[in-house]
Design a protein around this ligand. Sequence first.
Ligand SMILES: Nc1ncnc2c1ncn2[C@@H]1O[C@H](COP(=O)(O)OP(=O)(O)O)[C@@H](O)[C@H]1O
Ligand SMILES: [Mg+2]
Length: 248
Amino acid sequence: MPRTICIANQKGGVGKTTTSINLAAGLALSGNKTLLVDMDPQCNATTGIGLTPVERHPLVVDQPIRNSVLQSSFDGLSILPGSKSFRDVDMLATAASSESEVLIDHLSVGTTQYDYVLIDCPPSLGHLTQTALSASNEVLMPIQCEYYAMEGLAQMIDLIRDVMLERPGQLTFGGILLTMYDSSLELTAEVDEEVRDFFGEVVFDTVIPRDVNVTEAPSHGKSVVDYAPRSRGTRAYLELCMEVLERD
Ligand SMILES: Nc1ncnc2c1ncn2[C@@H]1O[C@H](COP(=O)(O)OP(=O)(O)O)[C@@H](O)[C@H]1O
Ligand SMILES: [Mg+2]
Protein backbone atom coordinates (compact mmCIF):
# COMPACT_ATOMS: atom_id res chain seq x y z
CA MET A 1 0.00 0.00 0.00
CA PRO A 2 1.23 3.51 -0.73
CA ARG A 3 1.87 6.16 1.85
CA THR A 4 -0.82 8.71 1.02
CA ILE A 5 -0.10 12.30 2.00
CA CYS A 6 -2.61 15.08 1.69
CA ILE A 7 -1.26 18.63 1.33
CA ALA A 8 -3.84 20.86 2.97
CA ASN A 9 -4.45 24.33 4.36
CA GLN A 10 -7.69 26.21 3.85
CA LYS A 11 -5.80 29.34 2.84
CA GLY A 12 -4.86 29.94 -0.77
CA GLY A 13 -1.38 30.93 -1.81
CA VAL A 14 0.50 29.23 1.02
CA GLY A 15 2.40 26.79 -1.18
CA LYS A 16 0.18 23.69 -1.24
CA THR A 17 0.42 23.09 -4.96
CA THR A 18 4.09 24.05 -5.11
CA THR A 19 4.84 21.62 -2.29
CA SER A 20 2.72 18.85 -3.82
CA ILE A 21 4.55 19.09 -7.14
CA ASN A 22 8.05 19.45 -5.77
CA LEU A 23 7.80 16.91 -2.98
CA ALA A 24 6.29 14.49 -5.50
CA ALA A 25 9.21 15.16 -7.86
CA GLY A 26 11.71 14.65 -5.03
CA LEU A 27 10.12 11.36 -4.02
CA ALA A 28 10.13 10.20 -7.65
CA LEU A 29 13.77 11.22 -7.97
CA SER A 30 14.64 9.12 -4.95
CA GLY A 31 13.24 6.07 -6.71
CA ASN A 32 9.70 6.01 -5.36
CA LYS A 33 6.82 5.39 -7.71
CA THR A 34 4.77 8.51 -7.06
CA LEU A 35 1.27 9.63 -8.00
CA LEU A 36 0.21 13.25 -7.66
CA VAL A 37 -3.56 13.59 -7.33
CA ASP A 38 -5.06 16.95 -8.27
CA MET A 39 -8.18 17.56 -6.17
CA ASP A 40 -8.30 21.30 -6.72
CA PRO A 41 -10.71 22.55 -9.42
CA GLN A 42 -8.15 25.24 -10.21
CA CYS A 43 -6.01 22.37 -11.54
CA ASN A 44 -2.71 24.14 -10.82
CA ALA A 45 -0.94 20.89 -10.02
CA THR A 46 -1.95 19.49 -13.40
CA THR A 47 -0.93 22.52 -15.45
CA GLY A 48 2.14 23.15 -13.27
CA ILE A 49 3.56 19.79 -14.29
CA GLY A 50 2.86 20.52 -17.95
CA LEU A 51 -0.37 18.57 -18.41
CA THR A 52 -3.92 19.52 -19.33
CA PRO A 53 -6.91 19.25 -17.00
CA VAL A 54 -9.46 16.68 -18.09
CA GLU A 55 -13.12 17.06 -18.98
CA ARG A 56 -14.43 14.80 -16.20
CA HIS A 57 -12.76 14.32 -12.84
CA PRO A 58 -11.10 10.86 -12.73
CA LEU A 59 -12.49 10.24 -9.25
CA VAL A 60 -16.12 10.56 -10.31
CA VAL A 61 -16.01 8.72 -13.63
CA ASP A 62 -16.86 5.07 -13.55
CA GLN A 63 -13.48 3.83 -14.73
CA PRO A 64 -10.39 2.37 -13.10
CA ILE A 65 -8.03 5.06 -11.81
CA ARG A 66 -5.21 3.69 -13.95
CA ASN A 67 -7.11 4.61 -17.13
CA SER A 68 -7.00 8.26 -16.07
CA VAL A 69 -3.40 8.41 -14.85
CA LEU A 70 -1.08 10.53 -17.00
CA GLN A 71 2.72 10.28 -17.10
CA SER A 72 4.59 13.51 -16.49
CA SER A 73 7.82 14.21 -18.34
CA PHE A 74 9.65 13.52 -15.07
CA ASP A 75 10.70 9.91 -14.55
CA GLY A 76 8.63 8.06 -11.93
CA LEU A 77 6.07 10.83 -11.49
CA SER A 78 2.49 10.21 -12.61
CA ILE A 79 -0.51 12.40 -12.15
CA LEU A 80 -4.21 11.93 -11.72
CA PRO A 81 -5.25 15.16 -13.43
CA GLY A 82 -7.77 17.63 -12.09
CA SER A 83 -10.94 18.78 -13.77
CA LYS A 84 -12.51 22.21 -13.96
CA SER A 85 -15.93 20.70 -14.60
CA PHE A 86 -18.34 22.48 -12.29
CA ARG A 87 -20.61 19.48 -12.22
CA ASP A 88 -17.86 17.16 -11.07
CA VAL A 89 -16.45 19.63 -8.62
CA ASP A 90 -19.91 20.00 -7.23
CA MET A 91 -20.30 16.24 -7.05
CA LEU A 92 -16.97 15.88 -5.28
CA ALA A 93 -17.67 18.81 -3.02
CA THR A 94 -21.16 17.87 -1.94
CA ALA A 95 -20.88 14.10 -1.97
CA ALA A 96 -22.82 12.52 0.85
CA SER A 97 -20.65 10.49 3.17
CA SER A 98 -21.66 7.23 1.51
CA GLU A 99 -20.60 8.66 -1.86
CA SER A 100 -17.33 9.96 -0.54
CA GLU A 101 -16.67 6.47 0.85
CA VAL A 102 -17.00 5.22 -2.74
CA LEU A 103 -14.54 7.85 -3.94
CA ILE A 104 -12.09 7.00 -1.18
CA ASP A 105 -12.30 3.27 -1.99
CA HIS A 106 -11.95 4.01 -5.67
CA LEU A 107 -8.76 5.95 -5.01
CA SER A 108 -7.29 3.40 -2.63
CA VAL A 109 -8.04 0.43 -4.90
CA GLY A 110 -6.61 2.27 -7.88
CA THR A 111 -3.32 3.33 -6.31
CA THR A 112 -1.92 0.18 -4.70
CA GLN A 113 1.01 0.01 -7.11
CA TYR A 114 2.47 3.34 -5.93
CA ASP A 115 4.92 4.01 -3.12
CA TYR A 116 3.63 7.52 -2.54
CA VAL A 117 0.36 9.25 -3.35
CA LEU A 118 0.29 13.02 -2.81
CA ILE A 119 -3.04 14.84 -2.87
CA ASP A 120 -3.10 18.54 -3.67
CA CYS A 121 -6.13 20.05 -1.91
CA PRO A 122 -8.18 23.11 -2.75
CA PRO A 123 -8.01 26.10 -0.39
CA SER A 124 -11.15 25.21 1.53
CA LEU A 125 -12.47 23.40 4.56
CA GLY A 126 -15.19 21.81 2.46
CA HIS A 127 -16.05 18.27 1.49
CA LEU A 128 -13.29 18.09 -1.09
CA THR A 129 -10.64 18.61 1.57
CA GLN A 130 -12.48 16.32 3.95
CA THR A 131 -12.56 13.56 1.34
CA ALA A 132 -8.85 14.05 0.65
CA LEU A 133 -8.07 13.84 4.37
CA SER A 134 -10.20 10.73 4.70
CA ALA A 135 -8.29 9.08 1.88
CA SER A 136 -4.89 9.86 3.44
CA ASN A 137 -2.52 8.45 6.01
CA GLU A 138 -0.92 11.79 6.70
CA VAL A 139 -1.62 15.45 6.36
CA LEU A 140 1.14 17.89 5.55
CA MET A 141 0.28 21.53 6.14
CA PRO A 142 2.27 24.29 4.50
CA ILE A 143 2.24 27.58 6.37
CA GLN A 144 3.34 30.76 4.68
CA CYS A 145 5.67 32.96 6.72
CA GLU A 146 3.43 35.99 6.69
CA TYR A 147 1.22 38.10 8.91
CA TYR A 148 -1.75 36.06 10.14
CA ALA A 149 0.06 32.83 9.23
CA MET A 150 -1.76 30.97 11.99
CA GLU A 151 -5.12 32.64 11.49
CA GLY A 152 -7.88 30.21 10.68
CA LEU A 153 -5.68 27.18 11.40
CA ALA A 154 -7.86 26.22 14.34
CA GLN A 155 -10.71 25.31 11.97
CA MET A 156 -8.37 23.29 9.79
CA ILE A 157 -7.10 21.44 12.83
CA ASP A 158 -10.68 20.80 13.95
CA LEU A 159 -11.47 19.27 10.57
CA ILE A 160 -8.34 17.08 10.78
CA ARG A 161 -9.35 16.00 14.31
CA ASP A 162 -12.84 15.10 13.10
CA VAL A 163 -11.41 12.86 10.40
CA MET A 164 -8.97 11.33 12.89
CA LEU A 165 -11.85 10.50 15.23
CA GLU A 166 -13.92 9.07 12.40
CA ARG A 167 -11.05 6.88 11.23
CA PRO A 168 -9.07 5.90 14.29
CA GLY A 169 -5.44 5.06 13.56
CA GLN A 170 -5.59 5.99 9.91
CA LEU A 171 -4.71 9.66 9.64
CA THR A 172 -1.70 11.21 11.35
CA PHE A 173 -0.20 14.65 11.37
CA GLY A 174 2.59 14.28 8.83
CA GLY A 175 4.10 17.65 9.44
CA ILE A 176 4.01 21.40 9.15
CA LEU A 177 6.14 23.13 6.58
CA LEU A 178 7.21 26.77 6.67
CA THR A 179 7.13 28.16 3.14
CA MET A 180 8.28 31.38 1.46
CA TYR A 181 10.81 31.70 4.23
CA ASP A 182 12.97 34.80 4.19
CA SER A 183 15.53 34.70 6.95
CA SER A 184 16.37 38.38 6.43
CA LEU A 185 12.91 39.34 7.67
CA GLU A 186 12.10 39.71 11.30
CA LEU A 187 8.55 38.66 10.51
CA THR A 188 9.77 35.28 9.25
CA ALA A 189 11.64 34.69 12.50
CA GLU A 190 8.52 35.61 14.48
CA VAL A 191 6.29 33.25 12.50
CA ASP A 192 8.92 30.50 12.79
CA GLU A 193 9.03 30.88 16.55
CA GLU A 194 5.26 31.08 16.95
CA VAL A 195 4.62 28.01 14.80
CA ARG A 196 7.34 25.93 16.49
CA ASP A 197 6.18 26.97 19.95
CA PHE A 198 2.66 25.95 19.11
CA PHE A 199 3.21 22.76 17.10
CA GLY A 200 6.58 21.56 18.41
CA GLU A 201 8.23 18.52 16.86
CA VAL A 202 5.70 18.18 14.08
CA VAL A 203 7.21 21.19 12.27
CA PHE A 204 9.77 20.13 9.69
CA ASP A 205 13.35 21.33 10.29
CA THR A 206 13.48 22.12 6.59
CA VAL A 207 12.05 25.47 5.56
CA ILE A 208 11.31 26.47 1.97
CA PRO A 209 12.93 29.76 1.01
CA ARG A 210 11.46 32.23 -1.41
CA ASP A 211 13.10 31.44 -4.71
CA VAL A 212 12.18 32.87 -8.09
CA ASN A 213 12.96 29.49 -9.69
CA VAL A 214 10.13 27.98 -7.66
CA THR A 215 7.76 30.60 -9.07
CA GLU A 216 8.96 30.18 -12.64
CA ALA A 217 9.05 26.39 -12.84
CA PRO A 218 5.28 25.83 -13.34
CA SER A 219 5.18 28.14 -16.37
CA HIS A 220 7.65 25.69 -17.93
CA GLY A 221 5.45 22.79 -16.92
CA LYS A 222 8.14 21.45 -14.61
CA SER A 223 8.90 20.95 -10.95
CA VAL A 224 11.71 23.17 -9.70
CA VAL A 225 13.72 19.98 -9.17
CA ASP A 226 13.58 19.48 -12.94
CA TYR A 227 13.65 23.15 -14.01
CA ALA A 228 16.47 24.42 -11.80
CA PRO A 229 18.23 21.45 -10.18
CA ARG A 230 20.86 23.59 -8.48
CA SER A 231 18.55 26.23 -7.09
CA ARG A 232 17.89 26.92 -3.41
CA GLY A 233 14.30 25.87 -3.95
CA THR A 234 15.36 22.47 -5.25
CA ARG A 235 17.79 21.97 -2.38
CA ALA A 236 15.07 22.80 0.12
CA TYR A 237 12.49 20.49 -1.44
CA LEU A 238 14.99 17.61 -1.62
CA GLU A 239 15.83 18.18 2.03
CA LEU A 240 12.11 18.09 2.83
CA CYS A 241 11.88 14.89 0.87
CA MET A 242 14.58 13.31 3.08
CA GLU A 243 12.68 14.35 6.20
CA VAL A 244 9.45 12.88 4.84
CA LEU A 245 11.25 9.62 4.00
CA GLU A 246 12.78 9.53 7.49
CA ARG A 247 9.42 10.06 9.17
CA ASP A 248 8.01 6.92 7.61
N1 LIG B 1 9.18 28.99 -2.16
C1 LIG B 1 8.58 29.83 -3.02
N2 LIG B 1 9.28 30.84 -3.57
C2 LIG B 1 8.68 31.70 -4.42
N3 LIG B 1 7.41 31.62 -4.80
C3 LIG B 1 6.65 30.62 -4.29
C4 LIG B 1 7.20 29.68 -3.36
N4 LIG B 1 6.22 28.81 -3.03
C5 LIG B 1 5.11 29.18 -3.70
N5 LIG B 1 5.37 30.28 -4.47
C6 LIG B 1 4.41 30.98 -5.32
O1 LIG B 1 3.33 31.43 -4.55
C7 LIG B 1 2.11 31.28 -5.24
C8 LIG B 1 1.16 30.41 -4.42
O2 LIG B 1 1.70 29.10 -4.32
P1 LIG B 1 0.77 27.80 -4.50
O3 LIG B 1 1.65 26.63 -4.33
O4 LIG B 1 0.00 27.90 -5.76
O5 LIG B 1 -0.20 27.96 -3.25
P2 LIG B 1 -1.58 27.21 -2.92
O6 LIG B 1 -1.62 25.94 -3.70
O7 LIG B 1 -1.54 27.00 -1.44
O8 LIG B 1 -2.67 28.15 -3.32
C9 LIG B 1 2.45 30.71 -6.59
O9 LIG B 1 2.54 31.74 -7.52
C10 LIG B 1 3.81 30.07 -6.37
O10 LIG B 1 4.58 30.04 -7.55
MG1 LIG C 1 -3.08 25.25 -5.02
